[in-house]
Write a protein that binds this ligand. Structure first.
Ligand code: GLN
Length: 521
């Protein structure tokens, strides 16, 4: 155990991925040193945070050593070569457990890498481990993980958001400079909002889904989880782009997102039209969330942006449509967990039929939320109700896309608070599914329409001192605008705070070091 594991403040852990990349390029540190610092930090704080389901210390250090060798030979594989990363446990990783936060996949070790994981490896990013999540990415708090919840580094009694609470908490607790998340209805952006981190959901088809265990294929997207907007852009440049193995992947000549973020950081937004979405704010939004949002909008005006108010009247139906479409697709996807091909198999006594084994295995292997959604989805798709529920929801989806189209005629980007409240207490909404679902009211429309969205920290709510997220949305294929506007706002906000928001987070240095789950250091 080095001191770096215990103390944040002056160490490599505090650096952004871009800063680490610069230090590596200048020969001032090594990937092994950075990776070891992260593993030490994980060993020191992760029993309290529980961001990781599996830590691969040995694998990460071997990848780090290979990165250092490439660098000594003058052949770094990418701008992020040597910068370690954590991966949400819903992406297939060859040789490393992949559970999706579910008992039904306990012990499953995929024989292949997801495209995103393959790209991380090709670009030289050591993989620290797999992060905790709500089971099969269903939830907004990470409390639906079969392996116990993740805790918010700002307040250990509070949720880190979900479903990707593990990835967001790992980055917010300085256990990893970068992480990968997935976002079906907000699972990258909402955890970003409540942990004071940056999260981006790309344009649908912008980042490969190959090897992402599907929850709802028409909504799911992989994306970066980081501490800065530039880091998100750098990571997006590494993992994005066409993949012939994903039939929904877009073959588009993406320009450098890092370039867009660097342009934005200069802080000039003259000529940019920003639309404030009427329906995503005001009543139902915590006062401090609304206040920080309004202040950020004022900063955009100061940077030269022209702010208009836009109405998206069908957004009020987005949550209802999502909670029919998502469970419908999930009920079909989760049929593959039948105890025959992967993971858990429960054998009832006597002479059980295949159906008996499936029933017993699914009963024992799936948690309540997953069962709830399978039942809901199966019902919505059943022949007597298909038109009334699934068909209607698809019509709403079209209307929401049209609302976006109309709004993007008036504005280049749209903005809203990312989530209606700051992090709530663990247990507070666990028995009330609808109040849990309401957390995604502002993030879901982007998934239904396939447009990209970014959440970045907008400050701390005055009433509870917890992080507030600011959401920026752009038209499909215009992800670069999120980076430009996001980096500008981030620069202006940090000038007011005198540094990154996460500098104000508890250091967790009083946490007693323990053995890392998974056997690290
Ligand atoms: N919280 C939403 C849900 O429970 C979104 C989940 C996600 O984006 N994976 O479905």
């Amino acid at each position: 155990m080095t001191e770096q594991g215990k103390e944040r403040g002056t160490s490599l852990l505090d650096k952004s991925a871009a800063e680490l990349a610069d230090l590596l390029a200048a020969g001032e540190t090594t990937s092994v040193a950075i990776t070891q610092a992260c593993l030490d930090r994980i060993a020191a704080v992760d029993t309290d945070i529980h961001a990781f389901l599996h830590v691969d210390a040995e694998g990460a250090l071997a990848q780090a050593a290979a990165s250092d060798a490439r660098r000594s030979a003058g052949e770094p594989a990418s701008p992020l070569d040597g910068v370690p990363i954590a991966v949400k446990d819903v992406l297939a990783t060859e040789g490393l457990p992949t559970t999706c936060g579910s008992k039904i996949l306990e012990g499953w070790i995929p024989p292949y890498d997801a495209t995103v994981v393959e790209r991380l490896k090709d670009a030289g990013l050591p993989i620290l481990g797999k992060t905790n999540m709500d089971e099969f990415a269903m939830g907004s708090s990470t409390e639906h993980s079969a392996y116990g919840p993740t805790h918010n580094p700002w307040d250990l009694d509070r949720i880190p958001g979900g479903s990707g609470g593990g990835s967001a908490a790992a980055v917010a607790a300085f256990e990893a400079p970068l992480a990968i998340g997935t976002d079906t209805g907000g699972s990258i952006r909402q955890p970003g909002a409540v942990t004071g981190t940056v999260g981006l959901k790309p344009t649908y088809g912008g980042i490969s889904r190959y090897g992402l265990v599907a929850m709802a294929n028409s909504l799911d997207q992989v994306g970066p989880v980081t501490r800065t907007v530039l880091d998100s852009a750098l990571l997006h440049d590494v993992i994005g782009g066409h993949d012939p193995r994903d039939s929904t992947s877009i073959d588009h000549p993406w320009a450098s997102f890092a370039e867009a973020a660097r342009t934005g950081a200069a802080g000039d937004l003259s000529g940019v039209r920003v639309g404030v979405i009427t329906e995503l704010g005001g009543e139902g939004y915590q006062a401090g969330v609304q206040q920080r949002f309004d202040e950020s909008v004022a900063l955009l005006v100061k940077a030269g942006a022209e702010v208009v108010e836009v109405s998206c009247p069908n957004f009020v139906h987005a949550l209802a449509a999502y909670y029919l479409i998502m469970p419908s697709e999930a009920s079909s996807n989760l049929a593959r967990f039948d105890a025959m091909r992967y993971g858990l198999r429960v054998l009832p006594d006597g002479d059980p039929s295949a159906e008996d084994v499936m029933r017993a295995s699914r009963d024992a292997g799936f948690g309540d939320e997953v069962k709830r959604r399978i039942i809901l989805g199966t019902y919505a798709l059943s022949s007597g109700y298909y038109d009334a529920y699934y068909g209607q929801a698809q019509k709403i989806r079209t209307l929401i896309s049209r609302d976006f189209e109309a709004a993007f005629e008036k504005a280049d980007v749209l903005v809203s608070p990312t989530a209606p409240t700051t992090a709530f207490k663990l247990g507070e909404k666990l028995d009330d599914p609808v109040s849990m679902y309401l957390n995604d009211i502002a993030t879901i429309p982007a998934n239904l329409a396939g447009v990209p969205g970014l959440s970045l920290p907008a400050g701390l709510a005055p009433e509870d001192g917890l992080p507030v997220g600011f959401q920026i949305l752009a038209p499909a294929l215009a992800d670069d605008r999120l980076y430009r506007v996001g980096a500008a706002l981030e620069a202006l906000l940090e000038a007011e705070w005198g540094g990154p928001l996460l500098d104000q987070a508890p250091s967790l240095s009083d946490v007693e070091p323990v053995e890392t789950p998974g056997g690290a250091a």
